[in-house]
Design a protein around this ligand. Sequence first.
Ligand code: 13P
Length: 249
Amino acid sequence: MRRSIITGNWKMNSTVAETVNLINGLLKAGAADSKGEVVVCPPFTSLESAGKLLKDSSIGLGSQDMSEYKSGAYTAEISAEMLLTLGVTHTILGHSERRQYHFETDDRVNRAAKVALEAGLTPIICVGETLDQRDSGDTEKTVGSQIEGTLAGFTADLLLRTVVAYEPVWAIGTGKTATPEMAEDVHRFIREKIAAIDKEAADQVPILYGGSVKPSNAGELLSQPNIDGALVGGASLKVDDFIGIINAL
Ligand code: 13P
């Protein structure tokens, strides 16, 4: 059985006070009682407060990025060690917004993922095609090359501690969701690509879907055989919506 994971990517939303409110709301609403894993990823500035609130709960805490370097003269970067001291367990890497606005490459994501794994953090590696790439029939070419690049040099042991998220760029924050069948097709393709590295490990890697997930579409998406969870943006900022998605598991 593969692990099921619902992750909230809060993006650049929530002050410390708003983070405390949202996490208290989630705890009160029973987010920690989910059958699957639940992870929240507030901004860096809120991680310390979030870590204190989540210390004794089963809810994981993720950062939205981290440095591929361990320490040193890298102004504004945040290292794996710094995150660990705040109770961080996961880190999102290669989100399409980082790729688009900060020119992150598969190679950079690959290096950061290896540093995260070495430190004991679980990387959530994001891949996904743009609308142009889908329209020109290049979805598999794009996603395939992102998987090859971000997972280059991974052993079975590293794969077993890694999470992949498929987020079609055209479905992020647009209200347009991939149909469950469209998403499943790409998830199956991703698992086959991972199987080229190690077949047994590929069967165990959770592959999350992201892009306008909400309570009303979560059930159908999550019931697909290769969709093991969700990476949720907007809907993870509202307690009722996020709980609705968690309950869809
Ligand atoms: P939305 O759920 O707001 O579309 O965002 C998805 C996402 O980018 C999560 O990482």
